[in-house]
Design a binder for this molecule. Structure first.
Ligand SMILES: [Zn+2]
Length: 331
């Protein structure tokens, strides 16, 4: 199956649009290849492919200019998707994805490693996938951040809970930062996460931190490390490096033990909820019931404000809003 796409399409004369389309094609082909090469139950594989494709098509559709699948997917790819996931080719216009494409890929990678995934395995795997997703012609990190990382998260975070004074430790849970281009797209994914996807306590904790109200108190001790994909100064070799938490994460999760520790001066230009920590802690609370029960639900709940911003942002795009927000279910 060719992943060349339709590079001759007339709308695609803008360099940013070209890069977006190339990144999308690369992301879709790398994910398809990864699913094929790894032994995954047929149903699971289908579920991940559909969810990933839907999220990518949604992002291109709400882009300005809006890009439809037939405008960039090769005929072979289109035919493949028509046969295997025809509903996706309709629902990207009317249904919201629950998470960005890279979070879906990360989830897939973590699943591959079974019940006890470790940082190194996940990072090595992601590293290879990220490399495969780079568009040829990339020569340095700055160019990559401008073009090629439209669908890839630079930061991945990992957390676990360890019960005080005991040997009890949960497995590790992972999350990715919000990866997409454009202010509207980024806000849409953060708001969808706050309204629908994340564990409600994490979602409300994120919103409260952004308004300066009651913060989320997790039981002692939750440990968290985030890794950022970097290229070293001396050469362009890409690698992951553990990084300190940003001030936004310190607001949201005041009692998490971060490693490495926070820096005294650190400015965050992004909004609360953009960081990988939110997804990883949400995954931790969703899976560990006892831990969840020990977390007090913050009393103020401003999720309705996020829903309003979400609708407002979608109204600025070609997305077809119905009376209720509908989310895509790949099952
Ligand atoms: Zn952060």
């Amino acid at each position: 199956m060719s992943n060349e796409g339709k590079t001759g399409y007339v709308k695609i004369d803008n360099i940013m649009v070209q890069h977006l389309i190339k990144s999308a094609l690369q992301f879709v082909s790398v994910t398809l290849k990864f699913v094929k090469e790894n032994e995954l139950k047929k149903e699971d594989a289908k579920h991940y492919i559909k969810e990933m494709l839907h999220a990518v098509l949604f992002l291109l559709y709400i882009n300005k200019p809006s890009i439809e699948p037939q405008e960039f997917l090769s005929d072979g790819m289109l035919e493949y998707f028509r046969r295997n996931c025809s509903d996706v080719l309709e629902k990207y216009k009317t249904h919201l994805p629950l998470r960005p494409p890279y979070s879906i890929l990360l989830d897939l990678v973590v699943k591959m490693w079974g019940d006890n995934p470790q940082d190194r395995m996940i990072l090595d795997n992601l590293f290879q996938l990220n490399k495969d997703m780079l568009i040829s012609g990339t020569v340095n990190e700055e160019q990559m951040s401008a073009n090629d990382f439209a669908f890839s998260s630079r930061v991945v975070s990992c957390c676990y809970f360890s019960k005080k004074n005991t040997n009890f430790k949960t497995r590790k849970y992972f999350g990715a930062s919000v990866a997409c281009k454009g202010k509207i797209q980024r806000e849409v994914f953060i708001d969808v996460a706050c309204v629908k996807t994340w564990h409600p306590k994490v979602a409300i904790g994120v919103i409260n931190a952004s308004t300066g109200s009651e913060t989320l108190q997790l039981p002692e001790y939750v440990f968290s490390t985030a890794y950022r994909m970097k290229s070293s100064k001396t050469n362009l070799h890409l690698h992951y490096e553990a990084m300190p938490p940003c001030p936004r994460c310190l607001d949201i999760f005041p009692n998490i033990i971060f490693s490495p520790k926070a820096l005294p001066f650190h400015i965050a230009k992004w909004e609360h909820g953009n960081c990988a920590e939110c997804e990883s802690v949400s995954n931790l609370l969703k899976a560990e019931r006892d831990l969840d029960r020990a977390v007090v639900m913050p009393s103020s709940n401003n999720r309705i404000n996020r829903q309003q911003r979400l609708i407002k942002n979608l109204q600025k795009t070609r997305f077809l809003l119905r009376s209720n927000l509908i989310y895509y279910d790949s099952d």
